[in-house]
Design a protein around this ligand. Structure first.
Ligand SMILES: [Fe+2]
Ligand SMILES: [Fe+2]
Length: 190
């Protein structure tokens, strides 16, 4: 995504390519959490009128979850334990209290996670092309959808309060950059 202030670490892609079974299990959980997150956003008063749009995202994420589970099954990889992502936890910890502030911060955090997923799936598609074409195609096929989620969440936040969203986006882009610089030894997407 163009707006990000920190590049993906050069160690990230090789670490993931060397641990694909663990990456796929982590990815399955990421899609599961994305589906539940879309539905969690429906609790905000400012988003009541977007409940159908949020359901549509939840359904799409659940379909992604199913696709990853099918890949796991085909490859004989057992579905397993989720690991908390320091990046996602770091973003979510900064969500403020208070209906409207919380809705905007939650949407912005989700938007950045989706944007990073979009960016990272593109990296994976490229990195996997010569070593695992099936997986490369799979990651390539998800890029557009995650990019749409990124944009949808950002626009939802702006439609609640554009000036406040722009102010908080500046904060969140700095936080994203800081969290991206923190090393995570596990082969995780985020
Ligand atoms: Fe997804
Ligand atoms: Fe998504």
């Amino acid at each position: 995504m163009l707006m990000f202030r920190e590049k993906i670490s050069p160690e990230w892609l090789p670490k993931l390519l060397a641990n694909l079974p663990a990456v796929l299990v982590d990815h399955a959980h990421l899609e599961r959490k994305a589906a539940t997150t879309a539905m969690n956003l429906e609790k905000y008063r400012d988003l009541y009128h977007r409940v159908e749009d949020l359901n549509a995202i939840a359904i799409e994420e659940l379909q992604h979850f199913q696709l990853v589970l099918a890949l796991l099954k085909r490859r004989g990889i057992p579905f397993g334990q989720p690991y908390p992502s320091p990046y996602i936890t770091g973003l979510m910890r900064s969500v403020r209290n208070g209906q409207r502030h919380q809705a905007i911060d939650h949407l912005l955090s989700c938007s950045l996670v989706e944007g990073r997923s979009c960016e990272k799936f593109q990296f994976l598609a490229t990195g996997l092309a010569s070593i695992d074409p099936e997986l490369a195609e799979f990651y390539g096929s998800l890029v557009e959808s995650e990019g749409n989620h990124y944009a949808t969440y950002l626009l939802m936040a702006k439609s609640i309060d554009e000036a406040e969203t722009d102010r908080r986006l500046d904060f969140y882009l700095d936080l994203d950059a800081k969290l991206m610089r923190e090393p995570n030894p596990l082969p995780m997407l985020h």
